[in-house]
Every structure is written in structure tokens, then in C-alpha cells.
Design a protein around this ligand. Sequence first.
Ligand SMILES: *[C@@H]1O[C@H](CO)[C@@H](O)[C@H](O)[C@H]1NC(C)=O
Ligand SMILES: *[C@@H]1O[C@H](CO)[C@@H](O)[C@H](O)[C@H]1NC(C)=O
Length: 344
Amino acid sequence: MAILTHLLTLLSATPLLYAAILPTQNPLPPPNPSSSSSNNDDETPLPVIIWHGLGDNYAADGLADVASLAEKIHPGTFTYIIRLDEDASSDRTATFFGNLTLQIDQVCSDLASHPILSTAPAVDALGFSQGGQFLRGYVERCNNPPVRSLVTFGSQHNGISEFQTCSSGDWVCKGAQGLLRSNTWSAFVQSRLVPAQYFRDPAQLDSYLEFSNFLADINNERALKNATYKANMEKLERFTMVLFEDDETVVPKESGWWAEVDEEGKVTELRDRDIYKENWVGLKGLDDRGALKFETTEGGHMQLSSKVLKKTFKENFGRLGRKFDDGEAEVIESEEEAEWQLEL
Ligand SMILES: *[C@@H]1O[C@H](CO)[C@@H](O)[C@H](O)[C@H]1NC(C)=O
Ligand SMILES: *[C@@H]1O[C@H](CO)[C@@H](O)[C@H](O)[C@H]1NC(C)=O
């Protein structure tokens, strides 16, 4: 039995960051159409919504592969890749530029009016990189349709203290970076530059708490806490944060597990932080019922393999009413394994 592995080389030798790396051969087989026709609601898997990362776009092949893998693991899964614009290039630009308050509002209304998603009892959610904290924003602020299981890969739940390097020809990225550095905390930047809205430098905490347009709010770090945010997070049946072991793109990478890294580099794990101990966003509530999961995966930022994704989908997605941690997550080895390097 041949194990075919796509070992993909970076398209560009320059800083890894914005090169789309996609499988070039042996694509995943198309979903089996006969498996999608089940009328038994108890067996139909919940839809999966996917929010992609910085520099990616909803129409990218790598995301389509991930979506079809979700369908393969739980046949009949309806998948929806979140977009801020039907035009793929504008959708990509919106990963750099925009006011996250408005972006999340738009996604809330898109999902709430979607013909399939709006009729589902719940959905499962998969967030890649910044898409992970944005999905969390969706859960906290709207959650209609409600998310049952939220999985984030390499997300910046505790923000970033450095903006990622741009690849040489990426002028959209460079424009964004220049804007970030010009005046991070101005209303001008906070309302226009996406990564600035989750920028959180421990050396500038006062400015962050005062001016952050997104992260300080959804993390309930200000004196006035929003009880809806906590209540909605506690409605999750499961929240899994996956950290890339060799992540060199996200600074600090521990943000993927919502840890705090101070100016000297000292790491305070989530469970030792006030945000957890005082249950500002429901994380302690989730953890007390065994619903908060910390996972790691090998490799650098957004380096994904079909093996890891299959395990993730088995463990976290599937039919309504399924139990978790019950052995349903046994990994099936298949003849084809693939690897992807997705955008940030
Ligand atoms: C809390 O968040 C909800 C959902 O976004 C919002 O409707 C409400 O106005 C917020 N409450 C406060 C006190 O900000
Ligand atoms: C982002 O948009 C919201 C809604 O229009 C607005 O209230 C907020 O002030 C904007 N953020 C900034 C930093 O301008």
C-alpha cells in the first residue's frame, strides 16, 4: 500500500509568510455524492464554517481541500468558507484592511441569513490563524447559528507583539505593515488595519486597553465586562486550541494557547492568568467541564497535514448529539496523506 505524501516546497524562498503552497498532485478524491443524501437528521453532521488566515482568500485551493477533507471524515458535512467579499482578491485584502467590528458584524449577518447555515441547529467552526480569534468574536458577539465545537489553529488569542514580516513583492502586506508602525493606537489605524486590532504588546498595555478596537474587547480585559461574551463562550461544547510547535511567525507563539508572554519572555499559562481564574470569557467554565483542549501539532505556522486535520475533524466535528472523548476520534489511516502550507 503506497502512502503518497505531498511534500511541498515553498513557492518562494523569501520569508515563508505569504506564499500559497498547495498540493500539486494527487488531490483528495471528490466527496461521494451518495453519502450526502442522508435524511436522518440525527446522523447528519453539523455544518462546518471555516475562517481563513491573513493573506488567504476563501476561494484558495488549499481551503477547498480542507473542506473536502471535512466532508470525507463526516460524509454529508456542509462546509462554508467565510468571506468578506465574493471577489477573492477583495476577500484577501480584507484580511489586512478593515474595521473588525464591521467585519464580524458582516459575517454575523451573512451566517444568520445563509439558507443552510441559518436552519442548522448548530455549526462547528474551524479557524486558521487570525480567523480563529475572529470566529471567537463571532461566538461572543452573535453566535447565531450557535457554534458547538470551535477549533483554532495557530490563532492569536492573546494577540501579537510583533507584526509578521511581509514577503518581498507583497505590497498589500507592506502597506499594512507601514500603517501599523506609523501609529498603532490611533483611531485611524485601529479602524483600518486588521492586525493592529489584535496587537498586544505587554510594554504598551495601557494603550492597548484604552485603544484596541478588537482584542481587548473580546477578551473582556477592560474593567467593564460583557456578560454575553462569557455566556456565549460557555455555550460551546468544546473549544480546542492547537499550537504549532515550531511556529516562528506568530510572536509570541504561545498566544495560540492564550498564554501571556511578558517583556522578559516569561510565559504565564492561561490557567494561571486572571482572564481564566476570574472567568472573564468563560474559559474556566469550559475547563471545569472538560471542554477546553490544548493541542499541539508539529511544524511551523499553518503547516498542516491531512493526518492532523482528520484527527481534528474526528475529535471535534460530526453529528449533533455525539459525545466527545468517546473513541469516535479513532484516526483512520488512509492511502493518501497530504500536506498544506496555508496562508497565515
Ligand atoms: C455585550 O455584547 C453584546 C453582543 O455583542 C452587545 O449586544 C451588548 O451591547 C454588549 N454589552 C455591553 C454592556 O457592551
Ligand atoms: C469601527 O466601527 C465601529 C462601528 O461603526 C465604530 O463604532 C468604531 O468606532 C470603529 N472603530 C474605530 C477604531 O474607529
